[in-house]
Write a protein that binds this ligand. Sequence first.
Ligand SMILES: C[S@@+](CC[C@H](N)C(=O)[O-])C[C@H]1O[C@@H](n2cnc3c(N)ncnc32)[C@H](O)[C@@H]1O
Length: 203
Amino acid sequence: MLPDSLLDAAYWQQRYVTGQTAWDTGRITPPLQEYFTQLGPPDARRILIPGAGRAYEAEYLHTAGWPTIIVADVAPEPLQNLQQRVPSFPAEHLLLVDFFALEPTPPFDLIVEQTFFCALDPALRPAYARQCAHLLRPGGTLMGLLFDTEFSKPGPPFGGSREEYRAYFAPYFEFVHFDTATNSLPPRRGRELFICLRRKEMN
Ligand SMILES: C[S@@+](CC[C@H](N)C(=O)[O-])C[C@H]1O[C@@H](n2cnc3c(N)ncnc32)[C@H](O)[C@@H]1O
């Protein structure tokens, strides 16, 4: 499902090795950290972080004792970076794979989104919503951040609006939360939507 040109694995790997990684915050972001702290103590939930990059969220959850954090990315550099930063992170939970090729075997309980949706060719947005629904168990959660803004330069990142996004997710998800994040990092403040969507039982 990766486009043939531009935004393929080689493109992303090149961005990492040449240090063109403006999205990389170097630490877990406050909206995700606050959400994770209210999950309660670690349990057996299967958590997927697709397009995870260096995955500071995975490091945070692993360090907090969550046993099943699956990190997926098409570029090897960020996965190696995580492995080096966190040697105790299970190597079998680092997947060098196209998100759209993942299978729910077994299904996930939670998918975490941050600057992956905006990195994809916008033509893939309906497929992203469908694939998240495919990977989650009924009642499972897709949560994270989407840019609710347009960018002046050509993407990635590709911008959009909450009205546009709502249409992609509505067939598969109930909207638990879908509003401007209140605790974004300063450069993203007021421009991020915090989403928490529950996978419908059917569809
Ligand atoms: C803008 S970066 C965001 C990384 C990370 N989420 C963060 O916030 O730092 C987008 C990431 O998605 C990855 N990616 C792009 N297309 C992908 C795909 N089809 N499947 C899995 N990962 C993909 C890229 O390699 C890159 O690491």
